[in-house]
Design a protein around this ligand. Structure first.
Ligand SMILES: [Zn+2]
Length: 337
């Protein structure tokens, strides 16, 4: 089996389904270039996403590696076999833990619907749609860029002051408040809460607007990292989402809930609920210039921009393919804080 076929086999098995392609690339470039053993660190990275599927594929890999030694005089098979045995033991352990199995399945098949998903009822769905429509009017009134930063109090004020928006009703305000303060674990989101107050605002003096993106970044670490990335990766990398206020996160989250037909768990697998997003405190998303919507899909992990990012060695991805937050793999989300 040649390298491409192996990759294909992994891909078919769902092994690289969520874009762990770059890890695979590393794995196979190791095996092709050094004809030596697969780096243990890489194998560890691979293990969690592959529960249930890995043993067969690893057996194949062992075969491949063993075959390679005939041609390149490498005495690695024993070491590799040991690594495989260790991995298999870990996989078995993970399999016997229903929680691990459950959340791994969920973040891998994040678009799916699971038995214990949390759905809003019809009345709540209607209220969400109505509130969302009003928030959308605010966004249209003040513009996309400003809406990224708007605080809760400011939004309420815009409703009162602009007839084209219309005042937020008590029920709408209370709903948003309740959404903010509810525990996201009930939807299956296990991240930490990073914003404590509903009305917390991002101070504009702490921000910089990034030209041609409509997005903002915090001065200090975030902007420095972004500038370093532009220098190291090139002009092809672009900021796709920077600072987001609690209101902006509410808007994105409720839009997801509507898209998911009221399934809050499904929404939470693709987006942190309001108050839980690291975009409020420094993380940001990057993409490839001109790649549009695909920047927010696993296709991004196949781009040269992503490959360059990985090669830098100093980047951390917030939501890895084995994250404990219950969130899908997000190769575009850069961890800053
Ligand atoms: Zn993000």
């Amino acid at each position: 089996m040649d390298r491409r076929n192996i990759l294909k086999a992994f891909s078919i098995s769902g092994f690289v389904a969520l874009g762990s392609g770059s890890v695979m690339r590393q794995l196979f470039s190791n095996s092709a270039e050094n004809s030596s053993v697969v780096d243990a660190a890489n194998l560890e990275t691979l293990e969690p996403a592959s529960i249930g599927k890995l043993p067969d594929k690893l057996a194949e890999l062992v075969e491949e590696q063993t075959a390679a030694t005939d041609y390149h005089e490498v005495s690695a098979p024993q070491r590799l076999e040991n690594q495989v045995a260790d991995l298999q033991a870990e996989i078995e352990a993970a399999k016997s833990d229903p929680h691990v199995k459950d959340y791994m399945q969920k973040i891998r098949y994040f678009e799916g619907v699971f038995e214990d998903d949390y759905f809003v009822d019809a009345a709540e769905f209607k209220l969400i749609s109505q509130t969302l429509a009003r928030m959308n009017k605010v966004q249209r009134t003040i513009g996309h860029g400003n809406f990224n930063l708007i605080s809760f109090d400011q939004m309420i004020k815009y409703g009162r002051n602009f007839s084209q928006v219309g005042e937020f009703s008590k029920v709408e305000m209370e709903y948003l408040e309740q959404l903010f303060f509810s525990d996201a674990k009930r939807y299956g989101f296990y991240g930490e809460k990073v914003m404590n107050g509903l009305t917390d605002r991002v101070a504009s003096k702490d921000l910089l607007k990034v030209p041609k993106t409509g997005n903002y970044l915090f001065k200090g670490k975030s902007i420095q990292l972004y500038e370093t990335l532009r220098r190291d990766v090139g002009e092809d990398i672009v900021l796709t989402s920077g600072v987001r206020s609690t209101v902006k996160q509410m808007y994105l989250y409720l839009s997801k809930v509507v898209q998911a037909e009221g399934n809050m768990s499904k929404a939470s697998r693709s987006l942190a609920p309001p108050g839980y997003s690291y975009h409020a405190i420094g993380d940001f998303d990057v993409g490839k210039v001109g790649f549009g919507y695909q920047n927010f899909t696993s296709d991004f992990a196949e781009t040269d921009v992503y490959k360059k990012l990985q090669d830098l060695g100093y980047i951390s991805i917030r939501y890895t393919n084995d994250n404990k937050f219950g969130v899908r793999y997000e190769p575009w989300h850069i961890q800053v804080v």
